[in-house]
Design a protein around this ligand. Structure first.
Ligand SMILES: [Zn+2]
Length: 80
């Protein structure tokens, strides 16, 4: 069975526009890119109020699974 790599990225550690390089192959993954050329959303979890909890992506280049977390920071920003 093929070992599946899972990488976790916390938005709180990110700056700029929220784009980041794939931790496995280095291709730039941008949340503004909705063409699904570089990544595909495979799963998401939300809180009861609809705030994103985690977002799971798959890098289309290398197949790595990337779990984004820390979306609470967005909710904090919106309420301030
Ligand atoms: Zn990759």
């Amino acid at each position: 069975m093929k070992q599946l790599s899972v990488y976790r990225i916390n938005l709180n550690d990110m700056d700029g526009d929220g784009s980041f390089p794939c931790p496995s192959c280095g291709i730039l993954i941008s949340p503004d890119d909705v063409s699904e050329e570089t990544y595909k959303i495979i799963d998401m979890e939300t809180y009861e109020d609809g705030t994103l909890k985690t977002l799971s992506l798959m890098c289309k280049k290398c197949g790595a699974k990337i779990v984004l977390e820390g979306f609470e920071i967005l909710r904090t920003l919106e309420n301030s």
